[in-house]
Design a protein around this ligand. Structure first.
Ligand code: TXE
Length: 495
């Protein structure tokens, strides 16, 4: 089997470790590819290449914005031209249904196009300043941060790569990218595209390997100016701690246990459908998953019965068969999800449906879980407090708006939240009180390249996407100009 390698300084190369790692198709447990398995030394080489490209070569950061934009547009076109292949790659690698992988590819294309457009729009400001030093004029300009390390998880392999690479490159940074070791294949394809469109050597570097062996160096290195990470809260804490050495800029998009609040006056059928998307889309492996449904007590029984009916009707199959739900990403994640289910049962939650591995037909050797609903959950249960990252939802009831808000915020996380009601004022009141970075009214999970995405509290800091997503990868420089160079003004107290 051919081994996929790192891409460092414009060249494909194997890790100095000489080791390889198997990439597994979670739908059947079979090996689909081999990738080089990097260590810290590979990351050091990639960082050095990016450092040289940024500091000495400088061709990417000095390239006129419209020309960089043109490169990004060519990348978008090349992704679109390989769309079918990339969708199949992510489906085989991650386990998700093919049509969901197709949407990811479309979103990735749109994301590169969005940041190509954004980088050509006005940035910075012009300021009226005091004349204490003589007649002065000040303006601000946006510059790249420098060398950025980007680390992503396995739930949206191509899309998470794009959310970080597109704005980082648009801003003129040089980057080292490490995808999840579980789903590295579409990242390799993306770097083939970077190579083909002719990004200057060292501008974008790819390191394939595990977090502790290859990723940790990216967080710790004093030659890296910024690290952005999407993944678990625990790894985010490790990265933030390692990053402290040179006070590099840090962006973290971490876990969640997001509330989906449903009032009795909501359109019940619509709320059920959105709740399904909220927690079962992408096998529930979504950081914003609405994994806590908070429902007004008076409609709880009707809602849960309908939700269970819909969950039980979901089709489950290998991603290429394009059912409603595919496989969990790995054997380890399957064990984690099943462990959460067992604990919820032991802690007294009522299992309404699912609650087990799915092994029927051609799913026998894959890592599938039935969509699972737990009712009568209480605040002390792990299923209410901990991120599962699988198709498992916990139901709790409330009777007043104040109680719903208090329950929604009763979590260390703050990534997302939803509210369903036909009372517009109430929707706005509740959303205002929910301490989370992404909120939805009468829908759940729609995500847009144009709008900022990120968390409060232990769901991290910094934002992906939108204008904020570009600002993350920029420094702001103040420039003050003396309009009369011969004139030296003094503040009275200096005299
Ligand atoms: O995540 P990690 P894992 C949650 C989810 C899941 C759990 C564990 O609950 O069950 O995390 O998944 C890299 N220095 N989320 O273990 O460890 C790693 O190689 C530098 C939520 O896969 O966070 C990978 O590229 N990098 C989530 C990335 O971090 C390190 C998405 C994510 O891995 C590192 C995925 C280190 N010391 C899982 N250790 C979300 N919120 O989107 C690991 N990595």
């Amino acid at each position: 089997m051919e081994v996929r390698n790192n891409y460092i300084n414009g060249r494909w190369q194997a890790s100095v470790s000489g080791a390889t790692r198997e990439v597994i198709n979670p739908s059947n447990g079979e090996v689909i590819a081999l990738v080089t398995d990097s260590v810290a030394e590979d990351s050091k080489q990639a960082i050095a290449a990016a450092r040289h490209a940024f500091d000495h070569d400088g061709s990417w950061r000095r390239m006129a914005g419209p020309k960089r934009a043109d490169m990004l547009l060519r990348i978008a076109d090349a992704i679109a031209a390989r769309a079918d292949e990339l969708a199949v790659m992510d489906t085989l690698d991650n386990g998700k249904p093919l049509r969901e992988a197709r949407c990811d590819v479309d979103d990735a294309v749109a994301c590169f196009r969005y940041y190509a457009g954004l980088i050509t729009k006005p940035q910075g400001g012009v300021y009226e300043v005091s004349d204490g030093f003589g007649p002065m004029h000040a303006y601000s300009m946006h510059e790249p941060v420098g060398v950025c390390a980007l680390i992503t998880p396995w739930n949206y392999p191509l899309l998470m790569a794009t959310w970080k690479l597109a704005p980082a490159l648009a801003a003129g940074n040089c980057v080292v990218f490490k995808p999840s070791e579980v789903t590295p294949l579409s990242a390799v394809a993306l770097f083939e595209i970077f190579d083909a469109v002719g990004l200057p050597a060292g501008t974008a570097n790819l390191v394939l390997g595990s977090g502790p062996a290859a990723g940790q160096e990216l967080a710790a290195s004093h030659d890296v100016d910024m690290i952005t990470f999407t993944g678990s809260t625990r790894t985010g804490q490790t990265i933030a701690a390692a990053a402290v050495g040179n006070l590099k800029k840090v962006g973290l998009e971490l876990g969640g246990k997001s509330p989906n609040i449903i009032f009795a006056d909501a359109d019940l059928e619509g709320a059920v459908e959105w709740a399904m998307i909220g927690v079962f889309f992408n096998q529930g492996e979504v950081c914003s998953a609405g994994s806590r449904i908070l429902i007004e007590a008076s409609i709880k029984d009707r809602f849960v019965a309908r939700l269970a009916e819909r969950a039980n009707a979901m089709t489950i199959a290998p991603g290429m068969k394009d059912a409603d739900m595919g496989a969990i990403v790995s054997a380890a994640q399957l064990e984690k999800v099943l462990g959460h289910i067992e604990r919820a049962k032991q802690q007294g939650a009522t299992l309404v449906c699912g609650g087990e591995r799915y092994v029927e037909g051609d799913c026998a050797n894959g890592y599938f879980v039935r969509p699972t609903i737990f009712d009568n959950c209480t605040r002390d249960m792990d299923i209410v407090r901990e991120e599962v990252f699988g198709p498992v939802v916990a139901i709790q009831t409330f009777t007043t708006e104040a109680e719903a808000i208090a329950m929604a915020n009763d979590t260390p996380y703050g990534l997302a939240g939803g509210v369903f009601t036909s009372d517009g004022a109430r929707a706005l009141r509740v959303v205002k009180e929910v301490r989370a970075g992404v909120t939805w009214i009468n829908c759940y999970n729609p995500t847009f390249n144009e709008a900022p995405w990120g968390g409060y509290k232990m769901s991290g800091y910094g934002r992906d996407l939108g204008v904020n997503g570009l600002l993350e990868y920029q420094q702001v420089k103040q420039v003050s100009i003396n309009l009369q160079p011969g004139l030296v003004g003094w503040y009275p107290q200096r005299g």
